[in-house]
Ligand binder design. Structure first.
Ligand SMILES: *[C@@H]1O[C@H](CO)[C@@H](O)[C@H](O)[C@H]1NC(C)=O
Ligand SMILES: *[C@@H]1O[C@H](CO)[C@@H](O)[C@H](O)[C@H]1NC(C)=O
Ligand SMILES: *[C@@H]1O[C@H](CO)[C@@H](O)[C@H](O)[C@H]1NC(C)=O
Ligand SMILES: *[C@@H]1O[C@H](CO)[C@@H](O)[C@H](O)[C@H]1NC(C)=O
Length: 290
C-alpha cells in the first residue's frame, strides 16, 4: 500500500497531541517546530558518484544545511512507521473502535479493561495513524529541522539503491513507498537523484570496488541499471519535486555552470547564488574532461 503523503501534510493536530507539542516547543523556542519542517532536500545517490560534492554545493547556499550519511536511519524510521501503523490492524485490535473511544486516557483504559477480562490482547495499542505520522515528522524536525522555517534541511544517502536498502526483487515498489513516505516528512520536499551518466560496470568501477565481493558483476550492473531507471522515470514524471544530477556534468567545465543554475532554479533559489561542485579537497577526475 502506498503511503499517502498528502495525509500527513494536512494532518490536523488533535488536541490529544498537545503534550507532544509542548515537549517539542520546550526543546526549541521556535514555533515552527509545531508544524514541522518547511523545506527539505533529500539526495539519493549511487556510491562514488559525487554525492558529497553535491551536498557541499548545496551547503554553499547560505540558508541550506544538508547532512551526510546516516546508515539508512530514515529507512529504519519508515519501518518503524509501517510497524506502528500495522499494529493497529493486528490480531485483537479489531475489538476496539478508537475513532469512537477517542484518545482520552479514561476511555482507553475502560475499553482495554472490559476486553482484557475475556481476551488476551498482545497487540493492544491505541495509536492513531495521525499520531504515528506526527511522531515521524517530529523525529525529523527535532533532529534536522530545528533551526526554523527559513533553513532548508536534508540528508544525502548512498544506500537508497536497488539491492542495498531497496529489496532487489521489489525495488520499484519499495522505492515508491519510501519516496512517498519521505514526501510527508516536511511541507515541501525535493529529491535529487545523483548517479554517473551510465550504469555500466566500467563507469562505476569505484563503486563496485566498495563491495568486498568480486563475484557479482552481473547483479551489480543489473541492480544499478534498475536504480538509474527508477531515478530517471521518477524525475521525469515529477519534475516539480525531483531532479536528476549526473556526476559527469558536475565536473565538466562546459556543463557545470549550467547544472548549477538549473539546480538552483529547480530548488526555487536565486540562480545567481555562487555554488561550485569542486570546493571539497581530494576531488580527482576519474574520466577525461573535454
Ligand atoms: C524481498 O522481497 C521478497 C518478496 O517479498 C522476500 O521474499 C525477500 O525476503 C525480500 N528480501 C529482503 C532482503 O528483504
Ligand atoms: C539499462 O539496460 C537497458 C537494457 O539493456 C539499456 O537499454 C539501458 O540503456 C540501461 N540503462 C542504463 C542507465 O544503463
Ligand atoms: C557476493 O554477492 C552476492 C550477491 O549479493 C552474494 O549472493 C554472494 O554471497 C556474495 N559472495 C561473497 C563471497 O560474499
Ligand atoms: C566549473 O569548473 C571550473 C573549472 O574547474 C571551476 O572553476 C568552476 O568553479 C566550476 N563551476 C561549478 C559550478 O562547479
Amino acid at each position: 500500500m502506498l503511503f499517502s503523503a498528502s495525509r500527513l501534510r494536512h494532518t490536523n493536530l488533535l488536541p490529544a497531541t498537545a503534550c507532544l507539542l509542548c515537549f517539542l516547543s520546550c526543546l526549541s523556542s521556535s514555533a515552527e517546530l509545531l508544524i514541522g519542517s518547511q523545506k527539505c532536500v533529500f539526495i539519493f545517490a549511487t556510491g562514488r558518484s559525487g554525492s558529497t560534492s553535491l551536498m557541499d554545493a548545496l551547503n554553499q547556499i547560505p540558508h541550506y544545511l544538508i547532512r551526510g550519511e546516516t546508515w539508512v536511519a530514515h529507512g529504519n524510521l519508515f519501518s518503524a512507521y509501517q510497524h506502528l501503523r500495522e499494529a493497529r490492524t493486528s490480531p485483537g485490535q479489531e475489538f476496539f473502535h478508537f475513532a469512537k473511544i477517542r484518545e482520552r486516557f479514561k476511555d482507553v483504559k475502560l475499553a482495554y479493561g472490559k476486553r482484557a477480562e475475556t481476551t488476551r490482547l498482545p497487540f493492544f495499542n491505541e495509536f492513531s495513524e495521525d499520531r504515528v505520522l506526527l511522531a515521524t515528522r517530529a523525529y525529523y524536525t527535532v533532529l534536522y529541522g530545528h533551526y526554523g522555517k527559513d533553513v532548508v534541511s536534508g540528508f544525502k544517502e548512498i544506500r537508497y539503491v536497488c539491492g542495498v536498502y531497496f529489496n532487489q526483487t521489489r525495488c520499484d515498489e519499495h522505492f515508491q513507498e519510501f519516496v512517498g513516505f519521505l514526501r510527508g516528512m516536511c511541507h515541501d520536499v525535493k529529491f535529487l537523484f545523483n548517479t554517473r551518466l551510465s550504469a555500466s560496470l566500467e563507469s562505476n568501477i569505484k563503486r563496485f570496488q566498495m563491495f568486498d565481493n568480486v563475484t557479482f558483476a552481473t547483479d551489480f550492473t543489473h541492480l544499478l541499471n534498475k536504480t538509474h531507471t527508477l531515478y530517471d522515470n521518477y524525475a521525469m514524471q515529477h519534475s516539480d519535486h525531483a531532479f536528476r544530477v549526473y556526476m559527469e556534468d558536475m565536473f565538466n567545465i562546459e556543463r557545470n555552470a549550467t547544472l548549477a543554475r538549473n539546480l538552483l532554479q529547480f530548488l526555487g533559489e536565486d540562480t545567481s547564488i555562487p555554488i561550485r561542485f569542486n570546493r571539497m579537497p581530494g576531488w580527482q577526475p576519474s574520466y577525461p574532461t573535454p
